[in-house]
Design a protein around this ligand. Structure first.
Ligand SMILES: Nc1ncnc2c1ncn2[C@@H]1O[C@H](COP(=O)(O)OP(=O)(O)O)[C@@H](O)[C@H]1O
Ligand SMILES: [Mg+2]
Length: 362
């Protein structure tokens, strides 16, 4: 097990493509770190540089304090699991897991113990004599995980390992991966474009955008204290609602105003907007922080466009300023299309974003 440091790492492909741009990060021993971002933002390239499969253009990579930037993959003591399983079809499950250990000339008895231990962790003990063609996708991916675990790497790298599985299996397998991590405590860097997967698995999430780090934080940080519109929009389903507002100062109070509502901010929120009088900004409200209230408690009233029942709750859509705003409300009472509803914001949970920079104001 180990720590990992990336120090000002940049990767260029040719002259034009900057895949990873001045990326600095420290991963603690035993941490489960997730790199999250849309397709093309540089996640795979970052992982491949850590593994030594891709040269860095600038910067240094340290594993356990040792500079490995110029070391080949086999000298870095890391294991990687890919999206497409990459198990060897002509070998049994047992041999797939044992093979990297045989290459390292580990003795037979130790190999046998290690293979069985890895199989036990990943719950594939019954499958050791089978060939990959006799396994489901989920089982093949477990073999790949077992094989990676068996070499007891310093770092465990996974590139979208669940994305070829169907939705139900993906959710089940991620729970198992989390349990395996809790048992082994292996420092893990996990890449995904699926925010819900990232939220479930990560100790910390690194949200990437165009090769740069947009925010690093715990799942709670990135959800409740999103650093930018990009993050607030990327994390959570339905995503954060964004509403254009103007800041007005009246009767010694700071109000948020637009054609639909005008309400005074509580002192805590007002303090954040000291530098924004008379300016426009973007109000960010998560769907569960818009609440249905009685008419006299409302800051605005409108009609329900549609309501989608979800069993445990309903998702109500309204239209504001030509944009759809979504509200997560209790399942009952059921709101019907066309029904007038009265709404308020949970002030302790609203966020403000600068219109020009997209960054959170606090
Ligand atoms: N071998 C390569 N040659 C040229 N461009 C590449 C190469 N690999 C990746 N890229 C580019 O680098 C950027 C980041 O890619 P990648 O790391 O695969 O993103 P992600 O894994 O987040 O989808 C993309 O613009 C991609 O087209
Ligand atoms: Mg990728």
């Amino acid at each position: 097990m180990a720590t990992l440091e990336l120090i000002h790492v940049t990767k260029r492909f040719g002259k034009k493509v900057v895949a990873v741009d001045d990326f600095s990060l420290r991963v603690e021993d035993g941490e489960f770190l997730v790199l999250l971002g849309p397709s093309g933002c540089g996640k795979t390239t970052t992982l491949r540089m850590i593994a030594g499969l891709e040269e860095v253009t600038e910067g240094r990579i340290l594993i356990d304090g040792e500079d490995v930037t110029d070391l080949p993959p086999r000298k870095r003591n890391v294991s990687m699991v890919f999206q497409n399983y990459a198990v060897w079809p002509h070998m049994t499950v047992y041999d797939n897991i044992a093979y990297p250990l045989r290459l390292k000339r580990v003795d037979k008895k130790t190999i046998d113990e290690t293979v069985r231990e890895a199989a036990r962790m990943t719950k594939i003990e019954e499958l050791l004599d089978r060939y990959p063609s006799q396994l489901s996708g989920g089982q093949q991916q477990r073999v790949a995980v077992a094989r990676a675990l068996a070499v007891k790497p310093k770092l465990f790298l996974m590139d979208e390992p669940l994305s070829n599985l169907d939705a139900k299996l993906r959710v089940a397998t991620r729970t198992e991966l989390k349990a395996i991590h809790e048992k082994t405590g292996a420092t893990t860097i996990f890449v995904t474009h699926d925010q819900s997967e990232a939220m479930s698995l990560a100790d910390r999430i690194v949200i990437m955008r165009d090769g740069k780090i947009e925010q690093i934080g715990t799942p709670d940080d990135v959800y409740h204290r999103s650093a930018s519109i990009f993050v607030a929009d990327f994390i959570g389903t339905p995503p954060t609602n964004f509403i254009d507002v103007e800041v007005q100062v009246r009767d010694d109070q700071i109000h948020l105003v637009n054609p639909y509502f005008d309400f005074p901010l509580n002192p805590e929120n007002a303090a954040k907007l000291r530098d924004y009088p008379k300016r426009e900004l973007i109000l960010g409200v998560r769907p569960e922080n818009i609440v249905l209230v009685s008419e006299d408690e409302a800051i605005f009233s409108t009609q329900c466009l549609v309501s989608e029942p979800q069993g445990s709750h309903q998702i109500i859509a309204i239209e504001l300023d030509g944009k759809i705003i979504k509200i997560v409300a209790p399942a009952y009472p059921k709101v019907r299309s066309g029904e007038t509803i009265h709404l308020n914001f949970k002030q302790e949970a609203i966020a403000f974003f600068d219109k020009d920079t997209g960054r959170r104001i606090e």
